[in-house]
Structures are given as C-alpha cells and as structure tokens.
Write a protein that binds this ligand. Structure first.
Ligand SMILES: Cc1cc2nc3c(=O)[nH]c(=O)nc-3n(C[C@H](O)[C@H](O)[C@H](O)COP(=O)(O)OP(=O)(O)OC[C@H]3O[C@@H](n4cnc5c(N)ncnc54)[C@H](O)[C@@H]3O)c2cc1C
Ligand code: FES
Length: 289
C-alpha cells in the first residue's frame, strides 16, 4: 500500500454527473490488480472530508499528455509499466461533488491499492461482467487483465444496466476493449427494457456459458439478486461490495458485513476494506426473504 499526494492529470466530464479522473501515480498504478480500490481525501476550504473509496477503472500508459489505455505492444504492464490510473466517478453527495471540481494542476491525497481482487485463473473460459450504474467502474481493468494474462479466455461479455440511456457511459472505450457489450435500461430508452440480471438469464443460454465466471458490481439490491440467482443456479460468481468506508485500512469498522461461517450462529463480520471488497457469493450472508 502506498500513501501519497498525487497530481491530477485531467478530469474528463462524461455528462449527467459522471466524470473520469486521471491520476499521475506510477508506483501505485504498477501494483493494481482488478477489483482493488483507492481512498481519496480532499480538503476544500475549511471542509475536511472523510476519505472516499473508488475502484481503479483502468491504467494509463505512454505519454502523460496523450495516454493510452491499451497500447498494442503492452500486454497490460507485461512489457511497459503504467504511470497512472483512471477513476470513474458518479456524483452522489458532498465528497464526489468536491472531487468533480478538481482538474489538471490540482493534487489529491490518495492511498492504495487496497483490498482484495477478482479471481482470475486459466480455468476461466467465459467471463461475464454484470454491471449496474457506476458499478461499471472496475470492469475495464478486469477485462484487460483477464485477456492479457489468461490466453485460454474464449469470451468476455459485459452486461451493463442503468436507469436510462444517458446513464450508460464510456461506451466508445467499452467497444474498444474488444468485449461483447449488451445494454439494459430501467426505462427502456436503450437496449433491453429491464436489468443486467435479465440480460444475464439470456446470456447463460449460450453454449458453454453454464461454466462461465460471473463478476458483479453495482447497487446492493442488484448484487443481492445476482448472488441469489448465482447460488441457486450453481454458477461461479464474485461480487464487489459497496460499503461506506471511513479509512480503507481496517481501522474504523465502518465497513463490516456479515459473511457465512461454519460455526456458532452461522455468520461472522468481516471488514469490506481488507477482507473485500470482492466476495464469493457462496460466502455472502443472504437474509431470508
Ligand atoms: C470499494 C468501493 C469502490 C467504489 N468505487 C466507486 C467508483 O469507482 N466510482 C464511484 O462513483 N463510486 C464508487 N464507490 C462509491 C463511492 O465511494 C460513494 O459513492 C461515495 O463514497 C459517495 O460519497 P459522497 O460524499 O459523494 O456521498 P455522501 O454525501 O457520503 O452520500 C450521498 C449518498 O450516497 C450514499 N452512499 C455514500 N457512500 C455509499 C456507498 N459506498 N455505498 C452506497 N451508498 C453510499 C449515502 O448513504 C447518501 O445517501 C465505491 C465504494 C466502495 C466501497
Ligand atoms: S473502512 Fe475503516 S475498517 Fe474498513
């Protein structure tokens, strides 16, 4: 884990409260594995804000003035090192609004990489990413890591659900990732009129997908529904939990979640920031409905 004050290279406005922050921090960027996150802390005026957690969305290579996300000659860090990272942020409240006012020339207190990462191994032939809203954030880096490091991967599919067409962001970059992207919206303004879980039911009918590795990230009700679906169907599935976090390093207990245990009354509490944020759905404590 690295703790520093890092320069912001640029803020890229994606509209409707979504933006990207490119951060110049080579040492941290080199250590990232898909699923891990950073804590950002900003003091604006006399308003000292608690730090906030953000997933690494992608890594930056090459020229700082014109970085590339996936240069052809780089197998994601195998031959050249990244010099920074890209975060994808949606304005929710005071913290994210404050971050949205940052730009080139500012610097920010940052620590990471934090937490565990998504499972990646050579046994994965089909990967399906299930994203809800800003839960899209960790999947660009995950798809790159899987494709670069596991040549046995035959397909990678992103099932991306959001409220409305205007909340489906980063679409050009997603197409460039070389993954199959399918969209769903709650209001039917783009793609399937439904959720990413509806897309998943359809996707799993394709040949070979019954052994696919599922990865989920999004709002808690979506992850809960995905976990129930995956457990009932016996699918391999990991999700990245979103919890309020105060420190990111295991000190404040703001982020505890119950997970299944073999003893006592059947569950124990783990800290999402150090034991997570990624958890296998078989370990999730799903309340009875
Ligand atoms: C591991 C991890 C990775 C994350 N990655 C990203 C990311 O890549 N991009 C991104 O935009 N956001 C991400 N988040 C969520 C992000 O940290 C919160 O949106 C942010 O903390 C909200 O801060 P705020 O000050 O703007 O909102 P606040 O003013 O603190 O809260 C605004 C509203 O959002 C709710 N809220 C705040 N934090 C969370 C949370 N963690 N989960 C659910 N509801 C919350 C509050 O209850 C309140 O209703 C991540 C969270 C975690 C735990
Ligand atoms: S965020 Fe402080 S213990 Fe997890």
């Amino acid at each position: 884990m690295h703790w520093t004050r890092a320069p912001i290279l640029r803020r890229i406005d994606l509209g409707h409260g979504y933006f990207l922050l490119d951060i110049d921090e080579p040492e941290m960027a080199r250590g990232f594995v898909a699923g891990q996150f950073v804590m950002l802390h900003r003091e604006e005026g006399d308003f000292p804000l608690l730090p906030r957690p953000f997933s690494a969305c992608d890594l930056l290579y090459g020229d700082r003035d014109a970085p590339v996300l996936s240069p052809d000659d780089v197998a994601d860090g195998a031959s050249r090192d990244p010099f920074g990272m890209r975060l994808m942020i949606h304005v929710m409240g005071k913290g994210t609004a404050s971050l949205s006012r940052m730009d080139h020339g500012d610097s920010i207190e940052i620590w990471g990489p934090l937490g565990n990462h998504f499972r990646m191994d050579d046994a994965i032939e089909h990967a399906i990413f299930i994203a809800g809203g800003i839960g899209l954030a960790p999947f660009p880096i995950l798809s790159r890591h899987l494709r670069a490091r596991h040549p046995g991967l035959q397909s990678a599919t992103l099932l991306y659900g959001a409220r409305s067409a205007r909340d489906l962001i980063y679409r050009d970059e997603l197409e460039q990732l070389g993954i199959d992207v399918r969209y769903a919206t709650d209001d039917g303004s783009e793609g399937l009129h439904g959720t990413s879980l509806d897309l998943l039911r359809d996707e799993l009918r394709k040949p070979g997908r019954d052994t696919a590795m599922l990865y989920g990230c999004g709002p808690e009700p979506m992850l809960d529904a995905l976990a129930r679906f995956a457990v009932a169907g016996g699918y391999r599935c990991e999700v990245s939990m979103e919890r309020m976090m105060g420190c990111g390093v295991g000190a404040c207990l703001a982020c505890v979640v119950p997970v299944k245990a073999d003893y006592a009354d059947g569950y124990l509490y783990e800290k999402t920031c150090i034991d997570g944020p990624v958890v296998d759905v078989d370990r999730m404590f799903l309340a009875e409905t």
